[in-house]
Design a protein around this ligand. Structure first.
Ligand code: UT7
Length: 377
């Protein structure tokens, strides 16, 4: 059996930083102190109008490919975990696949809300372990800011935008040790964007409820309670099934929704604070991007070393949850070869040219077949 190792990682967040005071200035009935004391969040990044989810995902993906020293054309599968795709269809993963030049890859989106990245990592690892893929690009990318009602203080201050990506590669040693996924759809209404799908059409305007249904709604306290219990239970399960004891965990990276949830999860697991990574203060809750962004920053600050046991645990709308244990298998200080970014930039330009040529080819083909059809009739 092949094993799956993370060999590349990268993140990208929008440049626009929005501090807590911005909400106060906008007239929201809140304070910086309330937000920090109840959530730990000090600021978040918000995407600009021209910055779609795929734009963030592509930049994170290129960085991950750089670190992995991988050609985009060698990737077998691109999975984008997102609940805020560019369009309902096609999949954002196909847009990413085209732009990075992953010419031999399948591409699909995975929606498990904030748990999406850990789900996608487990699915990608499964493909490698079943020898159906050698390299999988797994991305978590979300722009929940688009769905926030700026008048709702209980949700608008919590979320930010971003993307994180990893390259999984077949290796002789694990890698991904164990994973678990779970769902309880009886809690679907606790965290929901009601409109935009087939249930509530026309953004809710047709049912006389205005367009309020296009905004994210959350029962904060219930989500809080479930998150603390379930993230700890899921982590306990993967730690035990990996043959580890809690004191053998070198780093816990929980979903970054609220510092109090992170601390409570760690307490339940008996994992001390110095082994827990959090950057919710800088980015808020970036949904499916939160764990890969945290992983990148944990690596960047020297918190992940070869041989470390790393536990990821997540929870989100669905309700959905997932956890996964990793034995970190690569040197994190391995520098990127100087020619890699140059090669990547050439590949990107070639991908853009290929995409334009294909589009042009399809247009020409359609015109010819139309003319032939006219001549026949
Ligand atoms: O990715 C997974 C999804 N999200 C989460 O995991 C988030 C889970 N939930 C939470 O993080 C917390 O429940 C919140 C941060 C959303 C809320 O914190 P809380 O301590 O659970 O507050 P609460 O909902 O019990 O509300 C307490 C009070 C309420 O006022 P009243 O009714 O007591 O007068 C809220 O209206 O705090 C009020 N409140 C605020 N006050 C100032 C809620 N949001 C704010 C705010 N500023 N931004």
């Amino acid at each position: 059996m092949a094993y799956a190792q993370i060999v590349g990682w990268g993140m990208h967040v929008p440049s626009r930083v929005v501090g807590n005071d911005t909400f106060v200035k906008m007239g929201l009935d809140t304070t910086h102190d309330w937000i920090v004391s109840r959530t730990g969040i000090e600021e978040r990044r918000i995407a600009g109008k021209d910055e779609a989810t795929s734009d963030l995902a592509v930049r994170a993906a290129r960085r991950a490919l750089n670190v992995a020293g991988a050609h985009a054309s060698e990737i077998d599968l691109v999975i984008v975990a997102t609940c805020t795709p560019d369009h309902l269809m096609p999949a954002t993963a196909s847009l990413v696949q085209n732009r990075i030049g992953a010419t031999h890859a399948g591409a699909m989106d995975l929606n498990a809300a904030c748990s999406g990245f850990v789900y996608a990592l487990a699915m990608g690892a499964g493909q490698i372990e079943a020898s159906r893929a050698k390299q999988v690009l797994v991305i978590g990318a979300d722009e929940l800011s688009i769905y926030l009602d700026r008048r709702d203080r209980s949700t608008s201050v919590l979320f930010g935008d971003g993307a994180g990506a990893v390259v999984l590669r077949a290796a002789p040693e694990p890698g991904v040790l164990y994973s678990t996924m779970g769902s309880d759809g009886s809690g679907a209404d606790l965290l929901i964007i009601p409109a935009g799908g087939s249930r509530i059409r026309n953004n809710g305007k047709s049912n006389g409820r205005g367009n309020g249904d296009r905004y994210l709604r959350m029962n904060g306290p219930q989500i809080f309670r479930s998150a603390t219990q379930i993230m700890a239970q899921a982590a306990e399960k993967v730690i035990a099934n990996s043959g580890l004891k809690p004191d053998q965990v070198d780093l816990l990276i929980p979903h970054q929704a609220n510092l109090r949830i992170i601390e409570s999860t760690a307490r339940r697991l008996g994992i001390p604070a110095q082994k827990v990574f959090s950057n919710v203060g800088q980015y808020g809750n970036t949904s499916a991007a939160s764990i890969p962004i945290a992983l990148c920053e944990a690596i960047g600050t020297g918190r992940v070393k070869r041989g470390h046991n790393v536990v990821l645990t997540s929870f989100g709308a669905g309700l959905s949850w997932a956890a996964l244990t990793l034995r970190w298998g690569v040197n994190v200080d391995a520098h990127v070869a100087p020619w890699t970014p140059i090669r990547q930039s050439v590949e990107t330009q070639v991908a853009a040219m290929r995409s334009a040529l294909r589009r042009q080819g399809r247009r020409v083909g359609a015109t010819i077949s139309e003319r032939l059809h006219r001549d026949d009739s």
